[in-house]
Design a protein around this ligand. Structure first.
Ligand SMILES: Nc1nc2c(ncn2[C@@H]2O[C@H](COP(=O)(O)OP(=O)(O)O)[C@@H](O)[C@H]2O)c(=O)[nH]1
Ligand SMILES: [Mg+2]
Length: 215
């Protein structure tokens, strides 16, 4: 009971900020994707590869980490406007942080915004950031049981991107079975099997983004 009493006002305040984010993005015609995945699952590397396969798309990035601006610098090095948010000890971004970050991005110039959430498969799920879609990033090394173990995150997402397909033979996992295990939890998920290293699957990922009107 106590947990419900403390959590509900926080989520209500977050939802109000998320509505403001969604209004601003809608007015600017920006499609936003909230990337959720474990630390090291390949989120930033996927973003770097996405910049490579969508050269004409005006993209912006918001990076969330406990500390450092390393990821924002990785994307800025590719010429993409990138804002770093640091949460200190916080395990997820919230919509008020994203609203603040929008002030630091050239919204009128953008058509696609990625928000890389703080790395984990638990806390980010409950917090709407005003995005149009949540995509879970899951590497082949994490194991086929993770969608079942972390179901709330997969249930709230629209897409799952299985990464590091090039490593599949080394870890003894079939990446397509991993994608299927995510779809077993949430049959509405669109799934992709990609490798930023080899380029496998990036065409399909690009096609999904293009279908959202961002190419
Ligand atoms: N072999 C391989 N390694 C990858 C791939 N994508 C990312 N990595 C590596 O995985 C590590 C974590 O990647 P990063 O993008 O920083 O993960 P993040 O914490 O989810 O943002 C880095 O050492 C990357 O080079 C991939 O497709 N194949
Ligand atoms: Mg990262």
């Amino acid at each position: 009971m106590k947990r419900i009493l403390t959590r509900e006002p926080i989520l209500a305040a977050n939802d109000a900020a998320a509505r403001a984010v969604r209004e601003r993005l809608g007015a600017a015609g920006i499609f936003a994707v909230n990337l959720i995945g474990s630390p090291g699952s390949g989120k930033t590397t996927l973003l770097e590869a996405t910049v490579g396969v969508l050269p004409g798309v005006r993209m912006g990035i918001i990076e969330g980490d406990l500390a450092t601006d390393r990821d924002a610098r990785r994307l800025a090095a590719l010429g993409v406007p990138a804002v770093q948010l640091n949460t200190g000890s916080g395990c997820h971004l919230d919509a008020a942080m994203v609203l603040g970050a929008l002030e630091r991005l050239p919204l009128v110039e953008l058509e696609l915004l990625f928000i890389e959430n703080v790395g984990n498969l638990v806390c980010p799920a409950a917090f709407d950031l005003g995005e149009a879609a949540k995509a879970v990033v899951l590497s082949v090394a994490e194991g086929e049981d993770k969608p079942e173990k972390y179901a709330p995150t997969f249930l709230r997402a629209q897409a799952v991107v299985v990464t590091k397909a090039d490593l599949a033979p080394h870890v003894g996992v079939d990446p397509h079975r991993l994608a299927a295990s995510a779809r077993a939890i949430n049959p509405a998920l669109v799934s992709f099997v990609v490798s930023a290293r080899s380029g496998e699957g990036l065409d399909d990922w690009r096609g999904w983004l293009a279908a959202k009107g961002v190419e």
